[in-house]
Each structure stands twice: as C-alpha cells, then as structure tokens.
Design a binder for this molecule. Structure first.
Ligand code: BG6
Ligand code: MG
Length: 217
C-alpha cells in the first residue's frame, strides 16, 4: 500500500516563524508601523507578497510598486541572513523519526511549501535527501489555501490526491489540503487548526500505530 505524505516546511519541519517575525518587524518598524507576534501568527503560511500587503494595511500605508518590490527584497535579504546560519539542531522534535519511519515503510514523501527559500533551508538542516519531490514557492502561481502546491506534489509522486496526507501548521495550508481532497493533519493548536482531519501538538504526539493506520487506510 503506497500513500504520499506531503510536509509543509515553515512551522512543521523547522520553526522559521521567529526569523520571519524578526525580518517583518524590522521592516514594519522602519515604516513606522508596529508589528506584534500576534500579527505574525496571521502571516503563517501566507505568501511573501500577501504578508507585506497585510502589514501595510495594518499600518494604513500606501506605497509605490517600486517601493513594494524594494521592501520585499530587503525583508528577504534579512531573512536569508538568519536562515543561512541554520543547522540540523533546528529541526523540530521527532520530525526525523516520522520521516525515517515513512521511508522505511516505502512511502512517498514530498515537501509542499509556500516559501521560495525552502530548498536553502532543507539543505541547511540536511533533510533534502529525505524527499522524493520538493514543491515550493518557486513552482507555484497560486498561494495556499489554493491547493496547487499539494496537487503538484501529488502529481510528481504519482499518487492520487485522496491517497495523500498533508502535515500543516497554518489554517490556509489545512484548507488547501482539504480542498485538494487530501487527509489534513494539523500540527499545532487545536483551536486554530480545527478544520483539519487530525490535530497533534507536534510530531512527538504522532506514533507509529497512527502512521501505520494512515498507510493501510
Ligand atoms: C510560508 C511561511 O511557509 O512561506 C510564511 O509560513 C512565508 O511566513 C511564506 O511568508 C513565503 O516564504 P518566503 O521564504 O518565500 O518569503
Ligand atoms: Mg507552515
């Protein structure tokens, strides 16, 4: 029995939200806009362009197209400074155990991330080889909750959507998996991710019996 398991990256495999936060906060402050960690929560899973649009709206600011492009570039330059210092110690607990179990069971594994930096991060934390397919922000034209990223992943793995399982920490990502007709597993807060088929606080709460049940379903 072969299923496909598609992992989001930011907030599922690594906690990069803290780096996005630092970079967006610096950018917002430079524009005189205050930016809280609660607002950062609302940017999880949201594309780079949409994130900047939201920050500008919160600050009631309008800027030119050139300025918008410049700010997005600046934010990413700062974010890159943080992520190039990452290593395997930043992989979230039990992610390698789950990946290794799925591999040992001969399952197909893909990355499905909105980030254009996904490949750099996977390389930094030395997980690139665990994935049979990598679909990221450079491969898609529509942001989550559009299911495009996961549907491309399923296609690359040669597995039909109803045989795919998605691990996601964002509401938009869970919605994308549901729209794609895939099994959605929320990683994080049950109140936030209530639309998911299953919810776990993190991978330490996911045991092999559960994974085996998914494989055999
Ligand atoms: C998502 C993150 O995975 O990727 C968002 O949760 C981020 O916070 C988005 O904005 C795009 O990432 P990047 O690295 O291309 O700016
Ligand atoms: Mg995420």
């Amino acid at each position: 029995m072969k299923k496909a398991f598609i992992f989001d990256l930011d907030g599922v495999i690594v906690d990069t939200a803290k780096y996005h936060f630092l970079a967006w906060q610096n950018l917002a402050n430079s524009l005189g806009i205050s930016f809280s960690s609660a607002q950062n929560e609302q940017l999880k899973g949201v594309s780079r362009v949409r994130s900047l649009e939201k920050i500008l709206a919160w600050g009631n600011k309008t800027i030119s197209e050139e300025e918008f492009t410049r700010l997005m570039h600046e934010k990413n330059e700062e974010y890159l400074e943080y992520i190039t210092k990452m290593d395997a110690s930043e992989i979230l607990p039990d992610v390698p155990r789950v990946l290794d179990y799925l591999m040992a069971q001969n399952q197909a594994i893909a990355l499905g991330s909105a980030s254009k930096n996904a490949r750099i991060i996977l390389d930094k934390v030395a997980l690139t080889e665990k994935f049979h397919a990598i679909v990221d922000g450079t491969n898609v034209s529509k942001a989550k909750p559009d299911p495009e990223v996961f549907l491309i992943g399923a296609q690359e793995l040669g597995v039909s959507p109803e045989h795919c399982v998605v691990f996601e920490d964002s509401v938009a990502g869970v919605q994308a998996a549901n729209i794609a007709n895939m099994i959605s597993i929320g990683i994080g807060d049950a109140d936030v991710l209530h639309e998911a088929d299953y919810i776990f606080k993190d991978f330490t709460a996911i045991d092999e019996a559960f994974l085996s049940k998914l494989i055999k379903a």
